[in-house]
Structures are given as structure tokens and as C-alpha cells.
Design a protein. Structure first.
Length: 95
């Protein structure tokens, strides 16, 4: 995640990521982004990863078992209906 900060040498606006130095696009000097910008970039990255893990957890723990249970119930209902229909047709044909 890029954060804007001004170069201390020339005052030009630059974008920096999570760490290391950035070469100023205006004066060419190597500049380290301010620590508060680095911290906010780390927090934003961690937050986005945490959201993905939370969504995965909810799907695996809550949604997937519900879908499997519902599918099993529907399959059981379908089997019951088919079994009843087969029994009715069998009675007509002397089975």
C-alpha cells in the first residue's frame, strides 16, 4: 500500500511502501518514508490479510456445513419421493 510523503531534500511528493528507501522522483536522493507512514502501511496490509482469513473461517465453519447438511436433506427428500413413486408404479405393474 503506497503512502504519499514529501522529500526532505526538495519537498517533492513521493510514494513509499512498507520499508526501505525510495528514490525521490524529483531530485533523485534516497529518502526513507516517515515511520508513521510505514506503520500505517503495515497495519493496512495486516488488516486486509486478516479479513481474508476471517471470511475463509466463516465459510468453512458455518456456511459449508450448512450447505452440506441442506444438500443431504434435499438428497434424502428426493430419495424418499423417488422411492414412493417406484412403489406406486410397482403396484400397478404387479411388482
Amino acid at each position: 500500500m503506497a503512502n504519499r510523503f514529501n522529500c526532505p531534500q526538495c519537498g517533492g511528493a513521493n510514494e513509499g511502501g512498507e520499508g526501505g528507501t525510495v528514490r525521490c522522483q524529483f531530485c533523485g536522493s534516497d529518502v526513507r518514508p516517515p515511520e508513521d507512514r510505514l506503520t500505517s502501511a503495515r497495519v493496512a496490509r495486516f488488516s486486509s490479510k486478516a479479513k481474508a482469513w476471517i471470511i475463509l473461517f466463516v465459510v468453512v465453519v458455518f456456511i459449508l456445513p450448512t450447505c452440506i447438511g441442506l444438500g443431504g436433506a434435499l438428497l434424502g427428500i428426493a430419495a424418499s419421493v423417488i422411492g414412493t413413486l417406484v412403489a406406486i408404479f410397482a403396484s400397478f405393474f404387479g411388482g
